[in-house]
Design a protein around this ligand. Structure first.
Ligand code: UDP
Length: 238
């Protein structure tokens, strides 16, 4: 069976690299992620991965009297670099060629993101990990993921979350909540469905980039999602 998508941007929240306490990095969890990414790379899928940083720090939550929002967001962006380094090591441990490009400059640990360097590394057959979000404060890694997906001409932005799609209400509190198989960007915006940062939704809509929301929790969920076999919601234009 052929993968449904050949060129994807996968967004993994920081929590996706953590264990049950949702903090820090769980090496076992990261190793399992790397094994799935390896399978897809071996199947010829071109993969870019944006990692979040919420398992360490979120700027909007931690900014306040003692810390300017821009500084808090810089800490958040640096947290994504730590996650990227962990995922990179796990992929190297599986002999997967991988490069990390960061929107925030940390030259001792990874390369700065430029479109040219990232494209070259991709054409050389590497998995790309995009760290540092957009490199600017007041954004999230969802928006960084939409941006990189559009720049790299990915077919789909796949957001791995804790739920298996977009619901009309919170399925954790409402057992009657209905999951959408597909939904339009305008409905997501109009109904304020909190599945993807609104800036990212607007960018994806403008670029006509479909967004898949699926659960990271299944045994092989990333692989299944790329093969079109995972329960999910697709957000699209029409
Ligand atoms: N961040 C930022 N600009 C970006 C992306 C991220 O300032 O373009 C900061 C922001 O403080 C954010 C933190 O990095 O809270 C971690 O990213 P995010 O909250 O998106 O991580 P996730 O929730 O996906 O783990």
């Amino acid at each position: 069976m052929e993968p449904k998508f050949k060129c994807v941007l996968l967004k993994i929240s920081g929590e996706g690299l953590a264990g049950a306490d949702k903090n820090g990095i769980d090496v076992g969890v990261v190793t399992k992620l790397a094994l799935q990414i390896k399978k897809l790379h071996q199947a010829g899928v071109r993969m870019g991965i944006v990692v979040g940083g919420g398992n360490f720090f979120r700027g909007a939550k931690n900014a306040g009297e003692m810390m300017d929002r821009s500084v808090a967001d810089q800490i958040g962006m640096l947290a994504t670099v730590m996650n990227a380094m962990a995922l990179k090591s796990a992929l190297e441990g599986q002999a997967v060629p991988v490069r990390v490009f960061s929107g925030i400059s940390v030259p001792q640990v990874c390369d700065n993101y430029t479109f040219r360097n990232a494209t070259e590394a991709w054409l050389d057959g590497n998995v790309l990990i995009f760290a540092g979000g957009t490199g600017s404060p007041y954004f999230t890694t969802d928006t960084g993921a939409a941006l990189r997906a559009i720049e790299m001409h990915c077919e789909v932005l796949m957001k791995a979350t804790q739920v298996d799609g977009v619901y009309d209400s919170d399925p954790r509190t409402n057992p009657q909540a209905k999951r959408y198989d597909t939904i339009t960007f305008s409905e997501v915006l109009a109904k304020h469905l909190n599945v993807l940062d609104m800036t990212a939704v607007s960018m994806a809509e403008a670029a006509d980039l479909p967004v898949m929301i699926f659960s990271l929790n299944g045994e092989n969920s990333i692989v299944n999602a790329v093969y079109g076999k995972e329960k999910c919601t697709i957000i699209k234009k029409q």
